[in-house]
Design a protein around this ligand. Structure first.
Ligand code: NI
Length: 140
């Protein structure tokens, strides 16, 4: 289990995007899908809120953990532009059997960001599906 380390600073930036999805396993019959997923088998949308937390030492020259403009640009290019106003089921991330749940989307977002931000610097991805439900992912 990852634990916060003293001496490091943890900084979070919030992003929003809107996307549609449905829960459906192609290998299952329509009856099975409806039994497991209920009304979620219908296409519907969410206004997602993504919180990306990075960690590290403060650069004593700038007083900052990292250039927040760079963080905004990286997440914008890798995540927001990709998913905003998209149909998640049609994204290559969910081309196989993976269902675009908030759980799977949070893990997918981690995999998109870790190579760009550094797996050590990226601390947590928190994805809100709506104001009542969120998923945290700290990486594999
Ligand atoms: Ni949904």
């Amino acid at each position: 289990m990852k634990r916060p380390e003293s001496g490091l600073v943890y900084a979070t930036r919030r992003f929003t995007f809107s996307a549609a999805h449905r829960y459906w396993r192609p290998g299952w019959s329509p009856e099975e899908n409806r039994k497991v997923f209920g009304s979620l088998t219908q296409v519907h949308g969410h206004n997602y809120t993504l919180e990306v937390t990075i960690r590290g030492l403060v650069d004593e020259r700038t007083g900052m953990l990292m250039d927040l403009g760079e963080l905004k640009r990286v997440v914008g290019e890798a995540v927001t532009q990709r998913f905003d106003h998209s149909h998640l089921n049609e994204d290559p991330l969910f081309s196989g059997d993976a269902i675009p749940t908030t759980e799977n989307l949070a893990r997918g977002i981690w995999d998109l960001l870790a190579p760009k931000l550094g797996a050590d610097r990226l601390w947590r991805v928190r994805l809100w599906e709506d104001p009542t439900f969120y998923v945290d992912y700290y990486g594999p």
